[in-house]
Design a protein around this ligand. Structure first.
Ligand SMILES: NC(=O)c1ccc[n+]([C@@H]2O[C@H](COP(=O)([O-])OP(=O)(O)OC[C@H]3O[C@@H](n4cnc5c(N)ncnc54)[C@H](OP(=O)(O)O)[C@@H]3O)[C@@H](O)[C@H]2O)c1
Length: 304
């Protein structure tokens, strides 16, 4: 597995495991999934306080408890600021959420804490006091954001003593607003609409690692595009490349993200060990420029 430096700081595998769907899993199955991930070179596990209402963190905590020494082998990333019917980036909520996450996970430190979604009522000075407190007490080592645009990152960063090192955003072959407007500068087309706020370029310029969430989904959890008749042309091209490289189809979909020179970290969400191994075969593939653009076009995108 390729290694990347998150925000130019800590090293981690280019693929990480998202634990959003871990809620409801048997502990032994979750344990096998975590072991398989480590075996494949995945060392970052992505959580959020809201996943399964906290159950995903609790299950992961039990896996850690049953395996002494495991904590030292991996990085725990967690997120807060989404409440059930509103967003809350207040210092009080951040501090409380981290304490509860630490308790459910049964650990003393969260390696990376992200603010989950932009909160228009954010008061960056308040976030700064919370982050400083969390850093000083050793509860959180590094910080980042998720679903932020470039201006929102710049605004928050202005008040922080700690550098934001990651921005987690939805990105897949079937969800490309992050790159579409950059390919269609000054073009009259829907693809030129800047839905992502120049965030890709900003993150590259300021050395924030983009983490791609839902790398196999289309829409907002509408389904997996692999094998979907809605994406027949894309699946046909994926199939041809999978045959050519001798890897499963899912590996080609992930290799497409890994090929981008922004050096994104892909957060995959499978709960199935076989599928996870298939996905990790992406590490063996480096798509050519021509193959990369062929997949982008096959997903229904135009080039000007
Ligand atoms: N920051 C944010 O706002 C945000 C939002 C959403 C997610 N996330 C993070 O991103 C992670 C990944 O998201 P995700 O779970 O949506 O990612 P994903 O990897 O795109 O989707 C995983 C889902 O697709 C299914 N799947 C995977 N491969 C398949 C295949 N070949 N055929 C059919 N079904 C397949 C999986 O089922 P099986 O489990 O049965 O394999 C699972 O239900 C989450 O765990 C979370 O950590 C972040």
């Amino acid at each position: 597995m390729q290694r990347i430096k998150l925000g130019g700081t800590i090293e981690s595998g280019a693929i990480a495991l998202g634990c959003m769907r871990m809620a409801g899993m048997e502990i032994k199955d979750a344990e096998e999934l975590v072991r398989t991930a480590l075996d494949e070179g995945i060392d970052l596990f992505d959580h959020a306080d809201i996943y399964g209402g906290g159950e995903s963190e609790s299950i992961f905590g039990q896996v850690l408890q049953r395996n002494p020494g495991l904590r030292e082998e991996l990085l725990i990333q967690d997120k807060c600021s989404i409440r059930y019917d509103y967003y809350d980036s207040s210092a009080e909520h951040i501090l409380q959420s981290v304490d509860q996450s630490l308790q459910r996970l049964g650990v003393e430190t969260i390696d990376l804490l992200l603010l989950h979604r932009p909160d228009t009522l954010i008061e960056p000075e308040e976030v700064a006091t919370a982050f400083t407190e969390l850093h000083k007490t050793g509860k959180v080592s590094y910080f980042g954001v998720s679903n932020y645009n470039s201006a929102q990152i710049a605004l928050l960063q202005k008040y922080l003593d700690q550098r934001l090192i990651v921005n987690q955003l939805q990105f897949s072959l079937a969800h490309t607003p992050l790159i579409d407007s950059g390919i269609n500068v000054n073009v009259q087309s829907d693809h030129a609409r800047d839905l992502a706020g120049h965030t890709l370029e900003y993150c590259r310029f300021h050395d924030l690692t983009i983490q791609a969430w839902s790398p196999l989904q289309y829409g907002m959890f509408e389904g997996v595009f692999l094998g979907s008749p809605k994406y027949a042309k894309l699946n046909h091209e994926i199939e041809l490349l999978a045959d050519q490289y001798g890897v499963p189809n899912s590996a080609i979909a992930i290799a497409w993200i890994m090929r981008h020179p922004a050096k994104m970290q892909t957060i995959v969400g499978t709960t199935n060990t076989g599928r996870l191994r298939d996905i990790c075969a992406a590490s063996k593939v480096r798509l050519t420029r021509e193959e990369w653009y062929r997949l982008y076009l096959a997903a229904g995108n135009p080039l000007p």
